[in-house]
Ligand binder design. Structure first.
Ligand code: ZN
Length: 348
């Protein structure tokens, strides 16, 4: 038997940026961001209540973050730096466009549209015109009756608000699924495929997260406090080369105020596994399910498991070395079907 140490490989984006993304950044994302910025400015100027204006900043950030996330997904961007660049470009373009249209919107709002609209719009977007417009408000006061440095402070807070909501929305909406470079497509979303009645804090996860998937057998069953760990699988719908395993646990924990709160604990994130390993995990999951049900049946008469944990049925607390040498391994629910040698070694 090979004693090679399995080395877990985890998904890492390849860093590739398809040509389509380079083309569509200036031709689609930039015009869209400009439109959003203009719409934002119109809404901000027309909202009569100053205190509600931050809602406009929130909405602009949300729309920008969502748009950049969709843009990166559709153009198959696998580079974090390019995604960040897209977000920064969209933010700056929207911000610049909001300023570019600001004077026009205010003039039209006060004097009506018969003021040479086209000329106002074109002039408004010239950088030197924007700067002189800002200086004018700095000296004479803006629409909010503020002027001088307090007004600049408001502008900065507004920009920071938009940037904050752009970033948080982008992070929440961006596609973090693995990408199958072979098929040039995103993997499917990570679907739960096994639920284990075990704790996320079990030290036996350590070897599992290093690639010893067989270590799942060493996890202790939690039978009382409702903790469980879900194994999730993200696979390529078109081939069997891109399979990634994730595991996250959760349970109800005290929140410090006398209540309880559900805490999700990530354990493994996108670890590469083979189709054979998936099959073995699936079989193992079924065995664990049976063992758990058996255990639930026995604990009704056996109430001395006060610590809330239990071994698998018939499990001897044999040390790992003993299990490895002892051919009649009894630590597993079904020793016949699952021989004790590590079926995951030497597969990579
Ligand atoms: Zn594929």
């Amino acid at each position: 038997m090979s004693a090679a140490t399995p080395r877990a490989t985890f998904y890492a984006p390849s860093g590739l940026v398809p040509m389509a993304a380079w083309v569509l950044l200036p031709t689609a994302l930039v015009p869209l961001a400009a439109l959003f910025g203009i719409a934002y400015c119109v809404v901000i100027v027309l909202i009569p209540f100053l205190k509600l204006r931050w809602l406009g900043s929130l909405a602009l950030g949300w729309v920008l973050g969502l748009t950049v996330a969709k843009f990166c997904h559709l153009t198959k961007v696998r580079s974090r730096s390019f995604a960040t660049l897209s977000a920064v470009v969209a933010l700056l373009v929207a911000w610049y466009s909001a300023w570019g249209i600001h004077r026009t919107v205010i003039v039209v709002a006060q004097l009506g549209p018969d003021v040479g609209l086209a000329q106002l719009v074109v002039l408004g977007f010239i950088p030197s015109e924007i700067i002189s417009w800002m200086k004018l408000m700095f000296d004479q006061g803006g629409t909010a009756q503020l002027k001088s440095w307090p007004l600049v402070g408001v502008w900065l807070i507004e920009l920071a608000t938009i940037a904050y909501f752009t970033i948080t929305t982008f992070k929440a909406q961006q596609n973090d699924q693995p990408f199958c470079e072979h098929c040039d497509r995103w993997n499917g979303t990570a679907d739960p495929f096994i639920e284990l009645p075990v704790s996320a804090g079990d030290p036996a996860w350590q070897p599992v997260s290093e690639g010893w998937l067989d270590g799942v057998r060493k996890l202790k069953v939690k039978e009382q406090d409702g903790e469980q760990v879900t194994l999730l699988l993200s696979t390529c719908p078109e081939c069997d080369r891109s399979n990634y395993l994730s595991a996250s646990g959760g349970g109800w924990q005290p929140d410090g105020n006398g209540g309880v709160v559900f805490m999700e604990i990530p354990i493994i994130r996108h670890m590469a596994i083979t189709p054979k390993q998936i099959e073995e995990l699936r079989e193992l999951g079924e065995l664990l399910d049976e063992a758990y049900e058996e255990l639930q049946g026995t604990t009704e008469v056996d109430e001395n498991q006060a610590d809330g944990t239990a071994d698998w049925p018939e499990s001897a607390d044999a040390p790992a070395s003993e299990q490895a040498t002892d051919g009649s391994n009894t630590a597993y629910p079904d020793a016949e079907a699952t021989p004790p040698k590590n079926p995951f070694s030497g597969e990579r």
